[in-house]
Every structure is written in structure tokens, then in C-alpha cells.
Design a protein around this ligand. Structure first.
Ligand code: ZN
Ligand code: ZN
Length: 216
């Protein structure tokens, strides 16, 4: 049987395609992929259609939503892995090279990002530049990914500068893995966290003001 997935030798994660493996490598710096005949699980929730790729994920979905019925569509989704690089003919290659050259002198613009998420981040107290930057570099996918990015890059010297990309750059948003209701719950949770943090901060400032007054 041909391999139907790529297995990360560093953490054991199964990836469905070379693209997924590349994404995984970028996110984790893992690089030991090997072809595997283990198919990536595809458990689909019968109530809302959410696909889960592991038992852990479907359990989590059950916990969050109360949905308990899953159909195992693993064999339908499994496709033989192709490790060959996509074939390109000479003409296409040189055209691509030309485009690459052109994009080097391209005009730099602020990347397009999801404005509603930027607004949400602004409400949480992040600057527009930081929100835009985080959203762009986290794949313009979700508020959660953007916040994770901010947490990791908080001390970057340019974190509050508007990001600039060549005018013709396209960022493809990965498909959201959460259902809309889960996403909503997640955002609620994050807002709650941000609010608590702010309150703590205010209490701390209050205490310091108090201390300062007593010292006078
Ligand atoms: Zn890994
Ligand atoms: Zn469900």
C-alpha cells in the first residue's frame, strides 16, 4: 500500500499532504517527515459536520458542543501522498522567474487583513499597526492565531509598525478548523481574558498609587 500520509518524526503528527507537512515544518521547525501508511483520521461530526483529525480532537469537540456522533470518513479522505514536485514546463518556469523579479521592485503596501478581527483586537487594546501585523503574519486566519502571534512577538522592536508587503502579495487564509459557534466561544474567552488582565493591571496601578500616597 502506498503511503497516505506523512509522519513527523519529531512529534509523531500525521500530515495529509506535502503542503501540510511544509506548514507543520514552518510552524514547528520539525523536519523529519517520512511516508506513512497510517491515514490521518477524519471523524466528521454528524450534528455540525466539523471534521476532526484525531480522537483527542473529537473528544474536545464533544466536550465543547455536546455533539457525540461522529462518522469515520478516514478512508474517503485518505489520498496517496505524492512526493514528486509538481511538474512545470520551461515556459511557465521562466515566466515565474520574471514575475519574481517584478515583485522585487513592487510597490510596498499595507497587507489586506480581516478588518473585523483588527477591530476586535483594537477593542482589546492593541494598536492598529500591531493588530494588522499580527493578523497578517499569523496567516490572516483568526483572532486566536493573531493573539498567539502577538504573545510571541510582543518584544519585537517593530511590533507596533504597520507591516508592508509587495503590492501583489496574496495571503491565503487557511480554512478555519473551528465551527462558527466554537470560534465565538473562543473569542468570548479571549475577550474575558483580556478584560481580566486589564482589571488586574488597574488594581496593580491603584495599589502603587496608594503606596505612593502613603510615602508622601
Ligand atoms: Zn512535528
Ligand atoms: Zn459538532
Amino acid at each position: 500500500m502506498a503511503g497516505v500520509s506523512l509522519k513527523c518524526g519529531d512529534c509523531g503528527t500525521l500530515l495529509r499532504s506535502v503542503e501540510e507537512a511544509q506548514q507543520h515544518a514552518e510552524l514547528t521547525n520539525h523536519s523529519n517527515f517520512s511516508e506513512s501508511t497510517e491515514a490521518v483520521l477524519n471523524l466528521v461530526c454528524t450534528a455540525c459536520g466539523k471534521p476532526c483529525r484525531s480522537k483527542t480532537e473529537s473528544d474536545l469537540h464533544t466536550k465543547r458542543t455536546g455533539h457525540t456522533e461522529f462518522v469515520d470518513k478516514t478512508s474517503e479522505a485518505a489520498k496517496p501522498i505524492s512526493l514528486e514536485a509538481p511538474k512545470v514546463d520551461e515556459a511557465a518556469t521562466s515566466e515565474e522567474a520574471l514575475n519574481a523579479d517584478a515583485s522585487q521592485d513592487a510597490e510596498m503596501v499595507v497587507p489586506e487583513v480581516d478588518k473585523t478581527i483588527v477591530e476586535e483586537l483594537e477593542v482589546m487594546g492593541f494598536s492598529t499597526a500591531r493588530a494588522t501585523r499580527a493578523l497578517h503574519y499569523s496567516g490572516n486566519a483568526s483572532i486566536e492565531a493573531a493573539i498567539n502571534w502577538i504573545v510571541e512577538h510582543e518584544s519585537d522592536p517593530d511590533v507596533d509598525q504597520m507591516p508592508l508587503v509587495p503590492a501583489n502579495t496574496k495571503v491565503e487564509a487557511p480554512k478555519p478548523s473551528l465551527t462558527p459557534e466554537e470560534l465565538k466561544a473562543k473569542q468570548q474567552e479571549l475577550r474575558e481574558k483580556a478584560r481580566k488582565k486589564k482589571e488586574e493591571e488597574e488594581r496593580r496601578m491603584e495599589r502603587e498609587r496608594e503606596k505612593a500616597r502613603q510615602n508622601v
